[in-house]
Design a protein around this ligand. Structure first.
Ligand SMILES: NC(=O)c1ccc[n+]([C@@H]2O[C@H](COP(=O)([O-])OP(=O)(O)OC[C@H]3O[C@@H](n4cnc5c(N)ncnc54)[C@H](O)[C@@H]3O)[C@@H](O)[C@H]2O)c1
Ligand SMILES: [Zn+2]
Length: 370
């Protein structure tokens, strides 16, 4: 039996702190917990159609059963819904239904729902309280935490958005049971990253837990979710606005994003990050920054997740290299990389991220595409 856990997030800067509760079956307490943390006269529960049917309807009816004014708003599942158009449709539907300043938004779903509904909460009446109920592993350990919300635009992903911290995050690992296996792997890729940058013990534990989490086993999912949440919230609370330390969460993401963009977003983010971590560890090893053997361990774990360990053949290494230069996190067009010194430890000098000669990156990309 998996015990219930409460994680209190201490926010830095001007942001508020908030509570994250993780527990098996805890979603059944949402009708009482939501009003206690996010006071409002009306609750807009936002979910994609698939998650609405599985969990959103129950949560909405639960709130109504407690005498709350709650209404469910849905949209088609998938990244294609994370748009200004869908944001306009949802905010319009809320206005038409008479929602006003005294509303709160409850986002029930994966990262798409969290980002889209979070952006609705950030902007509706200049901002209303937000409760995150993440249901995918990506959302549980990554996107529901840290307060980033937003939508994609034709010019690129996540380019229009806002910081809007939730009032409460509620994670029920039981819902991972209905999550497709490939979606579990997507979230686990970021869990591997958490261990790789900060916690070698967690990384070693993960190796044992991955097969159970991949089967949707609740206890293992709960343990992984709790440790990953602790690591991510700890990093974010030390650097709310991404000026320094938080950059370490970008390990694997410079090359990961480049692979993702070069492939026109056909490969999912977690797959690209898993590959990006292997490739960046190899770059670090070649530069003498990263301990030899690091990339080998990351490759082994990526294989356990059934995620690709080689560059897709249709992606030319030179094209991927080009895409590293359009990474929005780079400075003046020069991409920067976060390096591990060894598993569980990042290189702290040079503001957490550094530039790399193109030739080395190209060599590593070429080796990975043979
Ligand atoms: N804000 C951030 O800091 C941040 C961080 C990482 C990722 N993201 C964003 O998150 C998004 C990806 O999130 P995602 O992978 O969760 O995608 P998603 O929200 O599309 O969910 C993936 C699929 O799983 C389904 N699903 C979710 N939970 C389920 C459950 N319990 N049972 C059955 N099906 C379920 C969804 O309907 C969807 O089809 C991207 O848009 C990415 O940009 C944001
Ligand atoms: Zn990521």
């Amino acid at each position: 039996m998996f015990l219930e856990d409460t994680i209190q997030v201490q926010a830095g800067g001007q942001a508020r702190g908030y509570t994250i509760r993780v527990g098996q079956g805890i979603r059944r307490s949402l009708p009482q917990m939501i009003p206690a943390h996010a006071k409002a006269h009306r609750y807009a529960v936002i979910a994609d159609e698939r998650v609405a049917e599985l969990y959103g309807v129950d949560i909405t009816e639960g709130l109504q059963g407690e005498g709350r004014d709650a209404r469910l708003f849905t949209f088609p599942p998938g990244e294609g819904s994370k748009t200004r158009e869908e944001w306009a449709r949802l905010t319009g539907a809320m206005l038409d239904a008479g929602f006003g300043r005294d509303s709160a938004v409850v986002a029930v779903g994966g990262g798409v729902t969290g980002d889209l509904a979070g952006f609705v909460a950030a902007t509706f009446m200049r901002g209303v309280p937000l409760v995150q109920v993440p249901t995918s592993l990506v959302a549980m350990i990554d996107s529901s935490l840290g307060g980033k919300s937003g939508v994609n635009v034709p010019e690129g992903k996540n380019l229009v958005g806002a910081f809007h911290s939730p009032h409460l995050v509620v994670v029920d690992p039981e819902v991972a049971v209905t999550l497709p296996r490939e979606e579990r792997a997507q979230g686990l890729a970021e869990a591997v990253k958490h261990g790789a940058i900060l916690d070698p013990v967690y990384l070693a534990d993960l190796e044992g837990e991955i097969p159970s989490v991949m089967k949707g086993e609740v206890g293992a999912t709960g343990r992984v979710v709790v440790r990953s949440i602790e690591i991510k919230t700890d990093v974010v609370s030390k650097d709310e606005r991404e000026s320094g330390f938080r950059k370490i969460l970008n390990f694997g993401h410079t090359l990961g994003h480049a692979v993702e963009a070069a492939g026109a977003y056909a490969l999912p983010h977690g797959s690209c990050v898993a590959l990006g971590m292997i490739l960046e560890a190899r770059v670090g090893e070649r530069m003498g920054i990263t301990r030899k053997g690091t990339s080998e361990t990351l490759l082994k774990m990526t294989s356990l997740l059934d995620l690709p360990i080689r560059l897709p053949t249709e992606l030319a290494p030179a094209v991927v290299l080009d895409f590293t230069r359009s990474d929005k996190k780079g400075r003046a067009g020069r991409p920067r990389y976060v390096f591990l010194s060894q598993l569980g430890k990042v290189v702290a000098d040079e503001d957490w991220a550094q530039e790399v000669p193109d030739e080395i990156v190209l060599e590593v990309l070429e080796d990975a595409s043979r």
